[in-house]
Design a protein around this ligand. Structure first.
Ligand code: IPE
Ligand code: MG
Length: 213
């Protein structure tokens, strides 16, 4: 989700305040999505490219992920479960710190019984890395390489083909997000920064899925 920094700058606030506001927006949108019977919501929390940001900013974003993965009661209230995609913790080069790994594992375990909305958080995630790994696994199998075989080897193969990608903050790029899964997706662009994203924008994005454009 993009635009936390711009949201803060426009208000004369530190960037970290923008990330804090963005995490609150995510909690709101998760609630709204659950109430609208959305099946899957996959969010780009932190990319493999984001680690080069200033240390204090990275540390702040990490603490917000701990908070996010700690929202177990809210998720259970909405019958929503949490999943995660990203570089596997034991993979060379993977950078998810242990305290986030623990928060992820606990959130997954504590919400696994819920049958509604699946919220998948992409953290230490990059789509090209995901595709390279899927290709390597597929090559090691004796099978012919097919789209189904690659799909089966994504970080979380249960993430279905995406209906709509939401891109906030006036950005027109896809930024290495779910490249394989968005092959047939609509793309909803909005000028709003992520902290200003709201339920009516979510409705507009969902409406795009059923429109003829
Ligand atoms: C998104 O907001 C948060 C992350 C990428 C973690 P940005 O930090 O990219 O905000 P802008 O692009 O500077 O406005
Ligand atoms: Mg940005």
């Amino acid at each position: 989700m993009d635009g936390n920094g711009r949201w803060a700058r426009r208000r004369g606030l530190p960037r970290t305040d923008g990330h804090t506001a963005g995490e609150e927006t995510l909690a709101t949108i998760v609630r709204a999505a659950a109430e609208r019977n959305v099946g899957w919501l996959t969010v780009f929390g932190f990319s493999t490219e984001n680690w080069v940001r200033p240390r204090t900013e990275v540390r702040h974003i990490l603490s917000l992920h701990k908070k996010l993965f700690g929202r177990i009661t809210e998720l259970n209230d909405k019958n929503a479960s949490i999943r995660w995609i990203g570089r596997p913790f034991d993979e060379p080069g993977a950078l998810t710190p242990v305290f986030i790994q623990k928060a992820i594992k606990k959130a997954i375990a504590d919400t696994a019984g819920n049958s509604g909305l699946v919220v998948t958080v992409a953290f230490d995630y990059g789509s090209r890395a995901e595709l390279v790994r899927a290709s390597q696994i597929a090559l090691r199998s004796a099978e012919a390489i097919t789209p189904d075989l690659l799909s089966a080897n994504m970080y979380d193969p249960s993430v279905p083909p995406v209906d709509v990608v939401v891109r906030t903050s006036g950005e027109a790029r896809i930024s290495n997000f779910l490249l394989w899964q968005i092959a047939g997706a609509k793309v909803y662009f909005t000028e709003r920064t992520w902290p200003d994203f709201n339920a009516s924008e979510l409705d507009a994005a969902i409406a795009l899925v059923n429109s003829n454009i």
